[in-house]
Design a protein. Structure first.
Length: 259
């Protein structure tokens, strides 16, 4: 009996060793696809290492722009580099505008500086988000972009206080509600960047040198721009429709697409 058990052990031992090898190999095979998949995911994750070319258009005297991980930080004085009645008499950038119903505040009266942080790669896969009162973006001038509302109502009520470039200053900062004619007027020039990290351009599209006809509800579409290195990217345009009684075009009413 002992001899039979001994002989049986000699037969089973190699089989046991082989089964361990098979299990080990199976384990390795299962791990590899996961490792490969994770590696592929890492390769697909876009790592931004330099600022978008469009940021070169921003007023260097007013803005400091830099990457911070996956974000772009925009530090701005908020002071525009163009003429306005809101600079106040005596300022070199003062422009007389007798038809403007001036608000009490002038640009030098208060600190306009703000720091805005946006995603370097906007998320275009989520739900749209409505704009709110206050700053919704930074213009290339260094000043701010607001939506189509003023206080608790439509912009119509404050339209008379807007200067020649569609801006005014109220309780907060100097800001544009309308197409800022100081640096974009019926053209494809860059207006600025909005809080969702998406760039806003003028009423015309650089790709077709005309008004785009495929804009979504936010005034956005995907095409090549003068800053996208021949690659298509999603961006906004000022919608080519006169806004109510203002006689001009709202800079951006929303909703945001990049959150």
């Amino acid at each position: 009996m002992k001899k039979t058990i001994k002989n049986l052990s000699l037969v089973l031992l190699p089989l046991f060793i082989m089964s361990i090898g098979v299990i080990s190999c199976s384990s390795d095979d299962n791990d590899n696809p996961i490792a490969d998949e994770e590696g592929m995911e890492d390769e697909d994750d876009e790592v931004v290492t330099e600022l978008h070319a469009a940021f070169a258009e921003f007023n260097e005297d007013a803005t400091t722009i830099f990457l911070d991980g996956s974000n772009v930080v925009i530090e701005t004085t908020g002071l525009p580099n163009h003429e306005s009645v809101y600079w106040g008499e005596g300022n070199v950038l003062y422009r007389e505008e007798p038809d403007v119903r001036l608000t009490p505040t002038r640009i030098p009266d208060r600190d306009q500086a703000q720091t805005i942080t946006v995603d370097a790669t906007p998320n275009l896969t989520g739900s749209t988000v409505a704009t709110e009162l206050g700053i919704i973006g930074v213009a290339v001038s260094g000043s701010y972009i607001f939506n189509d509302q003023e206080g608790n109502g439509a912009l119509d009520q404050a339209a008379g206080s807007l200067d020649w470039t569609g801006a005014h200053i109220g309780p907060s900062v100097y800001h544009y509600h309308l197409e800022p004619k100081a640096f974009t007027n019926d053209d494809d020039k860059l207006v600025g960047i909005l809080n969702d990290g998406i760039f806003l351009y003028g009423r015309k599209c650089n790709a077709i040198e005309d008004y785009p006809t495929d804009l979504d509800a936010s005034g956005g579409h995907t095409s090549v721009t003068q800053h996208s290195n021949s690659k298509e990217e999603y961006h906004y345009h000022i919608i080519n429709e006169i806004y109510s009684t203002t006689g001009s075009y709202i800079a951006f009413a929303g909703p945001f697409q990049g959150y």
